[in-house]
Design a protein around this ligand. Structure first.
Ligand code: IVH
Length: 688
């Protein structure tokens, strides 16, 4: 009999093991890569199933199971983010949490929430709050100063992202009248408006889009450059105060106190006294949340009284005194009528689903991106299928699967979906670079959307900022044979422009004035405007700082380019390839003759070397030929690293006048060479 039972049990044990693996992987993709592969709902359903299976087979208990710990966002040593943020990432200092950072039990069922409330002791007050959909943060204050800001990490230890947190205006850096130490927890968010603007910018630069504000916030918080973090405009709401000897006997009182101390606490918090009040709160915010400036994905219910909270305690992963009700993502079935293909300015061919129009979260959806060939294949969808379109935390509608089982349609017969082999715009055979998901049309100079896209990018606000040359005008000029590439812009004549319908002499003059003004646009923006693949605005600035003119850049090797901050092998290769193409050289010649800024101010030599590769150099004293900052830049441009203090790892000291006596002594003790300004310049310039 036993054997028979274990045979019956076997598939379920197998399922349990598979679910553990699948959920671990999903956690990694969600928390570390910021590229969720499962919807929240799917994830939660699988987690609930795993919990049920683990209850059935207690002998299979494993403290490492995803049911027993929270997903980890800790930086791995060399994470590569598919969001294209890899170069902005760095390993943050990992610090142990004083109190573990747990998750919340959750449910999509209002009945389960009602049950949870009913099971609480009579007369218990319940605080209802919005569940903000961002990433949790723990803020530590000591003597009124913000001293640490840890991500949740694996729940036991988190990454200290304090420099980035300090860019959030609503998080106070100093507070007064507080206990000497305490912790505030809350959620870091990227407001909808900022999220949309960021994605629009990324789309223009053909960078991968963030799926939702949560991923965008999480990617942003782990960037290396706090200036970029500040520019993106994160915000935060706080919802939990921890520490010893804190004021107040209830959660609600504490949050009101925190508000008085200057913390950003939501106004939507309400103390409820029974199931009806809780359910009314849920019903109200189910619709009202759509008017909020930030994303929410549910409601959190917390026992208000702190003594009662303590009595209820915690499980390994969640408090027993709280539960989250999650709003279901809106999902609709509709017909996938056709797959069409869009060719971008760099030739990437993106499949687009054309749908039977369907109403979803207040908007009509009729198109959705299908990303690439692999995405379509993984969903096994093709025209004629009925597909699920979802709009949950995401603003961009997503196809999440097909109706299962799909009714047998004649269109499902055959070999399934095949991606086009030639460019839908110009007929050139497509290529797919190994390791890349995208198919690309290589006909850069002859494929109409690529030609027009490059011109549109060139004239755009952050590039050459040429007013009056919009998408339609560019299309018109292209059709009429006036524009074939970016250099043609500078050959446009007043009479040619004015002769076009819809464009009189006045607009022609405006366009020409815009073109004339663009000749003053600085070199870094000209470089960005050229539209070299993956060279975005920030990267262009960094390159232009090191290579202050087009000639030096043209002859740079991939290896030298990689020495620039933010430039990885892929970008370096794109730059080298750009200059290998004779057509680009011709265009650049014409742009130079037209009077564009192909040279910028730079404190650095026009070429760099690897003379200082691997060296740690200390700068000390005052200098006569260059400033300290200029020397720092020179060291970096030649592959070295400027470090602050002398140690046995120091390669040499760039020593100016009045060098600090302590440094001098330490250098002598360790036998480290002191190099004068002249010697240093000779060393690096000798390698130009
Ligand atoms: S309380 C010990 N309150 O939801 C419980 N969490 O799915 C502490 N969250 O990790 C959490 N809004 O990042 C709490 N009003 C709120 C929240 C909230 C969003 C997040 C938080 C937590 C996750 C659990």
């Amino acid at each position: 009999m036993m054997d028979l039972f274990s045979e019956i049990e076997e598939p379920e044990r197998e399922e349990l093991k598979n679910l553990r693996k699948e959920l671990e992987e999903a956690n990694y993709k969600y928390y570390v890569l910021n590229m969720p592969t499962l919807s929240d709902r799917e994830f939660d359903e699988k987690m609930h199933r795993l919990q049920a299976l683990e209850a059935m087979f207690p002998d299979m208990f494993d403290p490492k199971s995803p049911t027993q710990h929270v997903g980890s966002d800790l930086e791995k040593p060399h994470p590569t983010s598919p969001q294209g943020e890899e170069k902005g990432r760095k390993a943050f200092e990992t610090v142990k949490h004083k109190y573990p950072m747990l998750s919340l039990a959750n449910s999509y069922s209002r009945e389960e929430i009602e049950d949870w409330v009913r099971k609480l002791p009579q007369g218990v007050e319940i605080v209802c709050e919005l569940k903000f959909d961002g990433l949790s943060i723990s803020l530590w204050y000591e003597n009124g100063q913000l001293v640490r800001a840890l991500t949740r990490g694996d729940g036991q230890q988190g990454d200290d992202v304090i420099d980035n947190i300090k860019t959030i205006p609503s998080i106070p850096r100093h507070v007064v009248g507080t206990p000497s130490t305490f912790e505030m927890r809350g959620e870091v968010l990227l407001p909808w408006e900022r999220f949309e603007a960021l994605n629009k910018e990324r789309e223009e630069q053909e960078e991968p889009l963030f799926a939702n504000p949560r991923n965008a916030a999480s990617g942003t918080l782990k960037l290396q450059d706090p200036k970029e973090v500040a520019r993106r405009g994160l915000d935060a709401y706080l919802y939990y105060m921890l520490g010893e000897n804190l004021p107040g006997k209830t959660h609600f009182e504490r949050l009101q106190t925190a508000k008085q101390w200057g913390f950003h606490i939501s106004d939507a918090i309400k103390v409820c006294h029974n199931v009806d009040e809780v359910m009314a709160y849920i019903a109200y915010w189910d619709t009202e949340r759509k008017n909020l400036p930030v994303a929410t994905d549910g409601i959190v219910l917390k026992v208000n009284d702190l003594a009662q909270q303590e009595e209820l305690g915690f499980t390994a992963k969640t408090p027993r005194w709280a539960i989250a009700y999650k709003f279901p993502a809106e999902k609709q079935l509709t017909l996938l009528k056709e797959i069409t293909y869009q060719v971008g300015r760099t030739g990437v061919v993106t499949p687009v689903a054309n749908l039977e129009p369907v109403q979803l979260s207040g908007t009509i959806v009729q198109r959705a991106t299908l990303h690439n060939e692999d995405f379509i294949k993984s969903l096994d969808i093709r025209p004629g299928d009925r597909v699920w379109v979802e709009k949950g935390g995401e603003i961009i509608p997503k196809i999440v699967g097909r109706d299962n089982p799909t009714p047998t349609l004649p269109s499902r017969e055959g070999d399934g979906f095949t991606f086009p082999t030639v460019c839908p715009e110009c007929g050139t055979p497509l290529v797919r670079v190994e390791g890349e998901a995208a198919w690309r049309c290589p006909n850069e100079a002859g494929c109409p959307p690529q030609i027009k896209g490059k011109i549109e990018h060139f004239v755009s606000r952050k590039a050459m900022n040429i007013d009056g040359l919009g998408e339609e005008t560019i299309d018109l000029f292209y059709q009429k044979g006036l524009l074939h590439n970016i250099a043609d812009i500078y050959d446009l004549k007043l009479e040619d422009i004015a002769a076009q319908e819809r464009l009189g002499e006045k607009s022609a003059q405006n366009i020409l004035a815009g073109i004339e003004a663009s000749k003053q646009v600085p070199w870094a923006r000209v470089l960005f405007a050229l539209g070299i693949r993956m060279v975005g605005e920030t990267t262009a600035k960094k390159i232009a700082r090191v290579y202050n003119n087009i000639d030096s850049l043209q002859w740079a090797t991939a290896e030298q380019l990689c020495a620039i901050e933010d430039v990885g092998p892929q970008i370096a290769e794109n730059i080298v390839k750009y200059f290998e193409d004779i057509r680009n050289i011709e265009i650049l010649d014409r742009l130079r003759k037209a009077g564009l800024q192909m040279e910028g101010e730079s404190l650095q030599p026009s070429a760099i070397s690897h003379q200082l590769d691997g060296m740690s150099i200390v700068i000390s004293g005052t200098f006569s030929q260059h400033s300290r900052d200029e020397y720092k830049a020179l060291i970096e441009a030649h592959g070295g690293k400027n470090v602050g203090s002398v140690s046995k790892k120091t390669s040499f000291i760039l020593a100016g006048e009045n060098m600090g006596p302590e440094k001098r002594k330490k250098a002598e003790d360790l036998g480290i060479r002191l190099m004068t300004e002249d010697e240093f310049l000779e060393l690096v310039n000798g390698n130009l």
